[in-house]
Design a protein around this ligand. Structure first.
Ligand SMILES: N[C@@H](CCC(=O)N[C@@H](CS)C(=O)NCC(=O)O)C(=O)O
Length: 201
């Protein structure tokens, strides 16, 4: 199998952190987004949406979407469990991971895409929409700070895929200058702890 990836980009990074937590190594093919290699015919034949990451299995099956790729590896190697353990825990992790995708990573991505010069000429940009997304992220970070007042990680007392999603989203936020506010000490404590894990190096 091989993983088509752009190691610095946030969605592939989710998969790399996940794999590092599991101690799994996979052959990688680096796709240079800066050179638009994701739009080359060869890559579009693998993922018509032209997005990374994509996991290509030995039988040719192409699995796109970071969470789908992570689930594939969770199935093959359940330890440590990053998608939860029993029915309740799995549902809680799913809830938090979806929230972190839509409320944090999603809003940060849209702010980056609509407000940053990197995307000028690559996609139609609507700066006002990007600024609305920035406001949404700042509100959601304040909400998360409250959530993290009495637990160590996003979905409970154990590190899960929801932490990976939130961490990559907040890290991406540095590019469009979205920062954790000084008053959000719980969120900062969590961010520093996740960033100090070997998987995030
Ligand atoms: N929902 C997808 C999103 C994938 C995605 O947006 N990947 C970005 C890199 S972080 C990409 O390939 N962008 C290239 C482009 O938009 O041209 C996932 O979870 O993997």
């Amino acid at each position: 199998m091989k993983l088509y990836t752009t190691k610095v980009a946030p969605n592939p990074r989710r998969v790399h952190i996940f794999l590092a937590e599991k101690g799994i190594e996979v052959d990688c093919v680096e796709i240079d987004l800066g050179k638009s290699e994701n739009l080359n015919a060869d890559f579009v034949a693998i993922n018509p949406l032209g997005r990374v990451p994509v996991l290509e299995l030995d039988d040719g099956t192409a699995i796109a979407e970071s969470v789908a790729i992570c689930r594939y590896f969770e199935e093959g190697q359940p330890e440590p469990p990053l998608f939860g353990t029993d029915a309740t825990d799995k549902a809680v992790v799913e809830m938090w991971n979806r929230r972190m995708e839509s409320e944090i990573l999603g809003n940060v991505s849209m702010c980056f895409r609509h407000c940053h010069t990197y995307w000028e000429g690559r996609i139609p940009q609507v700066a006002e929409f990007g600024e609305l997304c920035r406001k949404n992220v700042l509100e959601r970070m304040a909400w998360l700070d409250g959530e993290l007042a009495d637990r160590e990680f996003i979905a409970g007392d154990r590190f899960t895929v929801a932490d990976i999603t939130a961490f990559t989203g907040i890290t991406l936020g540095r590019i469009p200058k979205i920062r954790i506010g000084e008053e959000l000490s719980n969120l900062q404590r969590w961010y520093d702890a996740v960033g100090a894990r070997p998987s995030a190096a």
